[in-house]
Design a binder for this molecule. Sequence first.
Ligand code: SF4
Length: 289
Amino acid sequence: MKIDIDTGSGFCFGVVRAITLAEKILKEEGRLYCLGDIVHNNKEVERLKNTGLEIIDHDQLKQLNNCKVLIRAHGEPPETYEIARQNNIELVDGTCPVVLKLQQKIKNKYNELKENSGHVLIYGKKGHAEVIGLAGQTGNNAIIVESLEDLDNLDLSKPLHLFAQTTKSPETYQQIYSEIKKRYEVENPDTYLKCTDSICRQVSTRSPRLKVFCKNYDVIVFVSGKKSSNGKLLFEDCKSVNKNSYFVSDKEELDKKWFENAQSVGICGATSTPKWLMEEIAGSIKKLH
Ligand code: SF4
């Protein structure tokens, strides 16, 4: 049976950057705090914990003093930087440069729009770390749009500027934009409604590539942490072109039955899936067979 790992799957550059920063400090100092899971993949988090990384939450951050804390690729709102300043905490900023740029754009747009009673909208998952960091740039005044239902209470007579969480699907983002435009209560919606394409290219280019990869195999094993938004989205892409697609987070979840009549298996994953984990899964499939 042929088993291939998709060369385009695995960590995006933002995640590689944050992990490289963490590994460098862990090597030199043997210990580092990280605010939230460094990546939405329990296996990778476990690996780094074993080298001295300690995951903390925001309540624990408030109790710390005189130490180093890593900010992961998702970024943080301004309050986190303020807590660090007050507690003499050195922040190791692993915020992805793409997210950092988006935070700045949202901040500028918010300041501009509030002069005209306009609103910043963010299409994203409520409570997601990146969205919290983005909304923080507007003093939490941005309106978070998770689905079309969230548009029902919008004031559609004011200027609006729409942004998206970097890992959202470009297609659903377009749907949200078109729906707002349709409902807009002004004569010329394009004058009042603006939209920034803030979907990360590391995500949007993966989807079409992944669909091509998945068509070439009898069975697809998609490897991702269960908390990864990007993982959920890309797995939907796998299923849309190959009905024999299975989602696993580690090798224990593999089922021998999936491979009974298969001549070929393709292994792929999310932007938060480590290469070593996909290789481990490939090895386990070989053994099962
Ligand atoms: S998906 Fe894009 S924006 Fe998000 S961490 Fe990766 S490179 Fe950065």
